[in-house]
Every structure is written in C-alpha cells, then in structure tokens.
Design a protein around this ligand. Structure first.
Ligand code: NAI
Length: 464
C-alpha cells in the first residue's frame, strides 16, 4: 500500500495541472486515471481533437474562399477524411504523451485504473488500496442527454461530441441538437467539410449567456457560412432508422411538431458531472441540486480530507477554470493562499470568426442596475483584418460609467480567443478603459481593435 500526500482522481486539465503544482510544492502526489492515456476529455475527446478538426477544415475554407482572391490559383484541396482523422489522432497523442512526460519529470505516480474512495484517506484502484492525506476529485463530466427526451446514443448515427470526432465518413446531412459551444464548433467543422448542417436550439438565440449583440452577429455569420438554424424549438424525439435518424421537435411559438431526417445527429445539449463509481453516496458527500459535488471556497467537500475541482463542482465547465482550481487547491494544501478570481474567466468559441468573452454582459449589468458605458469597434476599421479577409466582427468593452473600470469585454472576430486576454489581465489589475486606451498597441495587429474599443469608451476611436 503506497502512501501519498495527495491523490487526485482524474487526469484532465483540472487533475493533471493540480498534480504538477502539488509536486512542485513538495507534495508526494499520484493521479488515478482509467483511460489508456492521460489528459481526460479535453485532450482525448474534447478541446484538442476538436481544435485539430477546426484548424484543418478552416484551411480548406480559406483555400476554397480566399486563395483565388489573393492570386493563389489552382485546384482546391480535396478532403482525405482518413488522413484528417489521423492528423487529429497524432495531435492527441503528442499532447497526451506530453502530460506523461511531465508526470515523470515531476515524479508523479500514475495509478492506472478507475478509482473509488472506500473511506476518507483511502483510494482503491483495482485490488490496490492507496493512502493519502488529501484526496481530490477531478473526475470531470460526461455528455448529458437531451432534457426530457431520453435519446439512445449509439455514437455512430446519433452521437455525442465523442462520436462526432470520429465519424466513419463525412455525413451529407447533420442535425445538431443544441446551439451551444459544442454544437457550433462541430457544426462549423462539418459545414466546412461539405455537410448540410441544421442546428436546433431550444432558446430563441444561440449561445445562451453570451452578450446578445454578439450572439446575433454570430448567428448571422454562421448562416452566411451555410449553417441553418431552427431556434425556439424543443427536440422531443430522436429515432435511429438504419443509417439515418429522424429528429422530432416542437416549435415553442405555436406548439407545432416537425420531423427532420439526417445521416448524423449530434446531441450537444450540455454536460453533466461524472462521478460514477467513486462511492460518493457511501461516503455521504453532499451534492448540489444540480448533481454537482458541493464544496466550500477552499474546495472542501463535507467529508474532511476530500476535495473536488473542475466540472464536478459548480461553475462553467471549462478546462481553464478547472486548471485554475487545480493550482489553487494545490497551493491551499501547501499552506499557501490559493485563489481563483471567478470574475475573470474567459470563454472562447473556436469557430471562425472566434467568439470570446470575459466578465459582465450588457444583459447582466442591466439586471444589476449598474450604470455602464459601451465602447465598440468594428474590425472593418482594422487594417490587418481587412487585408486578411477577417473584418467581420467587432469588439465591445463595457466599463463602469463613473469610474471607467472595465467590467467586461466581448469580441467576435479574428483571433478573439487570444485578444481577450489583454482585457483579462487589465481586469485582474482593476484597470480602467483609459489604461487600455493609453497602452501602445503594435501596428498592424488585430489587437489595435481592442485599443480602439477602449478609446470608444471615452473620447472615441481613431479609425471609425
Ligand atoms: P451548452 O450548454 O453550451 O449548450 C447546450 C444548448 O442546448 C443550449 O443552448 C440549450 O438551450 C440547448 N438545448 C437544451 N435542450 C434542448 C432541446 N431539447 N432541444 C434543443 N436545444 C436544446 O452545452 P454544450 O455545447 O453541449 O457544451 C457542454 C459544455 O462543454 C459547456 O459547458 C461548454 O462550455 C463546454 N465546452 C467548451 C468549449 C470551449 O470552451 N470552446 C468547447 C466545447 C465544450
């Protein structure tokens, strides 16, 4: 029986980052992982493989739509789906092997198998029982089924994001249930690869929680790329029939029922915490009403010595939120002041254009009754974006009306997922829009649009 300071259950971004930080801080650390490779959903069947397919399909889109305009003539590339999947697999392997290397470098033990917690202080993996002063549950999440419509998922015709990353061929038609992040990223991939994609969304707008103006523009741009949308529609039934499936939905405005057929149906209606086999009931671990593990602000469950982070607890199900919690709990266990600033967690949708946001939206500020000002700048006024056929979109900065302190930022445009971080840093330092506006930004870069939006909060942008 091995003895550890910390055993972490799960090697996704929450678990593996936590393990490395624990090891760096001198704690003897092990990670339990049942998959054949480290990295969890994110590296194996989530963020990384989907970004590989987004990247490859975006290159195809550029070749088909923009190359000739720049004088790059010739036959458009054709898609070798097997090779594209092989590229995706190689990307996964390079990343998961990278984590294995980091574990060895930091002397972190990988306990291979699915873990459970027979009692506080003990973790069972197969027939072995290991002891640890602290146990951290970082077991992540799993795809949720369509609410109220128990759909049979075979991962061939009716798939979750996992099956959608390894379809046997590119479908002619695809229905995506749910206009959230997964649905739109993977819907974009298959639209670019030639599928006829229809997104069915329950609400009247896509990407719930997103700044309303951004969501509208986003839907318009995706429609221009060929995605079709049916909003205000609740899917009630999905029936697989041979190698196709029927999707039945009800339009909320008039209760009318409709059925659509497709080669592939992607269920993208959210994710739920994955805690199977951990023995949470046996331990008496308190859960929230939404089925998450309840923790305090130091990630402690109600059972002493057992902690939880990432998708199994409250908050956005984002890899980087889990990573930050992993670092914070490691620091707390090493008697340091670990802390996560939940006000500054960016969210990114890796479509083209990208969508990125941090902090308050206009909608939340209105709800709070907070006086704010808006600084907006279109990428049409950004030289670099115009040269690169990437001028669709805008930056919106929200600042306190009195103090000018930045309260939120929303970007739809090129490299939005990278640009957003200058506002994250600014917000961490409590900066005002004027601070951003007075910071020299290199020309010609997309980042100038961020500065212009900051200028728009006060005296006005230069290029608009
Ligand atoms: P989501 O919560 O983003 O979107 C689900 C959508 O499904 C919602 O718009 C909801 O209104 C809709 N819906 C629910 N029931 C429906 C029904 N019966 N009929 C039609 N529409 C229905 O969930 P998603 O896209 O599955 O993503 C899951 C999690 O994974 C999210 O927390 C997301 O943030 C995370 N994720 C993040 C990524 C990123 O950061 N780029 C990439 C992929 C996933």
């Amino acid at each position: 029986m091995a003895q550890y300071d910390v055993i972490i259950i799960g090697s996704g971004p929450g678990g593996y980052v936590c393990a490395i930080r624990c090891a760096q801080l001198g704690l003897k650390t092990a990670v339990v992982e049942g998959r054949d490779t480290l990295g969890g959903t994110c590296l194996n069947v989530g963020c990384i493989p989907s970004k590989a397919l987004l990247h490859a399909s975006h290159q195809l889109h550029e070749a088909e739509h923009n190359f000739a305009k720049m004088g790059l003539k010739g036959k458009s590339p054709s898609v070798d789906w097997k090779q594209m999947l092989a590229y995706k697999s190689e990307t996964i392997e390079a990343n998961t092997k990278g984590i294995e290397f980091l574990f060895k470098k930091n002397k972190i033990d990988w306990l291979k198998g699915w873990g459970s917690i027979p009692e506080a202080g003990k973790v069972a993996v197969g027939d072995d029982v290991h002891e640890a002063k602290h146990i951290i549950i970082a077991s992540g999440s799993d795809s949720a089924n369509v609410p109220g419509a128990d759909v049979t998922i075979d991962e061939k015709v009716v798939v979750t994001s996992t099956g959608a990353l390894e379809l046997s061929s590119i479908p002619k038609t695809m229905i995506v249930i749910g206009g959230g992040v997964i649905g739109l990223e993977l819907g974009s991939v298959y639209t670019r690869l030639g599928s006829d994609v229809t997104v069915i969304e329950y609400l009247d707008a896509i990407t719930p929680g997103q700044d309303g103006e951004i969501a509208k523009q986003f839907q318009r741009l995706l429609q221009k790329q060929g995605l079709k949308f049916i909003t205000g529609a609740a899917v009630s039934k999905v029936e697989a029939k041979g190698n196709k499936a029927d999707v039945t939905y009800t339009l909320r405005k008039d209760d009318s029922e409709h059925t659509l057929k497709a080669d592939t149906v992607l269920v993208a209606t959210g994710r739920k915490p994955f805690t199977e086999g951990l023995n949470l009931d046996g331990l008496g671990i308190a859960m929230t009403k939404r089925g998450q593990i309840a923790v305090d602000d130091h990630y402690r469950t109600n059972v002493p010595g057992i902690y939880a982070i990432g998708d199994v607890i409250e908050g956005p199900m984002l890899a980087h939120k889990a990573e930050d919690e992993g670092m914070a709990i490691a620091e707390i266990l090493a008697d340091q002041a670990g802390h996560v600033n939940y006000e500054v967690i960016p969210g990114v949708i890796y479509t083209h254009p990208e969508v990125a946001s941090v902090g308050a939206t206009e909608e939340t500020l209105k709800q709070e009754g907070r006086a704010y000002k808006v600084g907006k700048f279109s990428f049409m006024g950004n030289g670099r974006a115009k040269a690169n056929f990437a001028a669709d979109g805008f930056v919106k900065i929200l600042a306190d009306k009195e103090t000018d302190r930045i309260l939120g930022c929303h970007v739809i445009g090129p490299m939005a997922g990278d640009l957003i971080h200058e506002v994250c840093v600014a917000m961490e330092f409590g900066a005002a829009a004027e601070d951003l506006a007075r910071t020299c930004h290199a020309h010609p870069t997309y980042s100038e649009a961020m500065r212009e939006a900051a200028l728009a909060c006060n005296d006005g942008p230069i290029h608009a």
